[in-house]
Design a binder for this molecule. Structure first.
Ligand SMILES: [Zn+2]
Ligand SMILES: [Zn+2]
Length: 173
């Protein structure tokens, strides 16, 4: 999604609201496709003199696989963002480079697409779960325990307990 900054670029302090959408995209995470869709962005662009400060909100739907039961589910994402964009041909002096580097744009348009995709990917949970109390799969037969209990005996020893047990056994000798 692009925003036109031709008007606000003319004077420091000028600002403009914007709203739009970004095309769907897919991310391949170790063979598991993650689909981002219904990406809607709105916000505010301000000419701060040296650069354009863009603040706003990204909303999207993300189709993910649950890390516990492996079912597909849809996550709703609402993310605030704030980015600074500088025009490529403007000089960047050394003392301005502290902090994180501003993004660049060319001409009179800022393309927010790359920033939007990065923010969305960074927002993904490390271990997505379809619901807070997902029961996962039976480690014995693979049954989805959210659907039904399979009746397997799941007395899987806790590895921490096994270590402790070994220490106790060793100290007996
Ligand atoms: Zn799940
Ligand atoms: Zn089972």
């Amino acid at each position: 999604m692009k925003i036109d900054v031709s008007e606000i670029r003319k004077a420091k302090g000028r600002s403009e609201d914007f709203a739009g959408s970004e095309p769907d995209f897919l991310l391949d995470q170790q063979g598991i496709p993650i689909s981002f869709h219904h990406i809607v962005v709105s916000g505010h662009a301000l000419n701060t003199g040296k650069s354009v400060l863009v603040q706003g909100k990204i909303s999207a739907k993300v189709d993910l696989q649950c890390s516990l039961c492996l079912r597909q589910f849809t996550l709703t994402v609402d993310l605030p963002f704030e980015e600074t964009y500088r025009r490529t041909k403007d000089n960047v002096s050394q003392d301005e480079q502290e902090g994180h580097e501003p993004r660049v744009y060319q001409g009179d348009e800022i393309d927010l697409g790359e920033m939007i995709r990065e923010e969305l990917i960074l927002s993904l949970p490390m271990k997505p779960v379809c619901q807070p109390d997902c029961r996962g799969l039976c480690p014995v037969c693979g049954q989805d325990l959210n659907v039904a209990d399979c009746g397997c005996s799941r007395q899987i020893p806790d590895p921490r307990w096994a270590v402790l047990q070994k220490l106790l056994n060793d100290s007996d000798e």
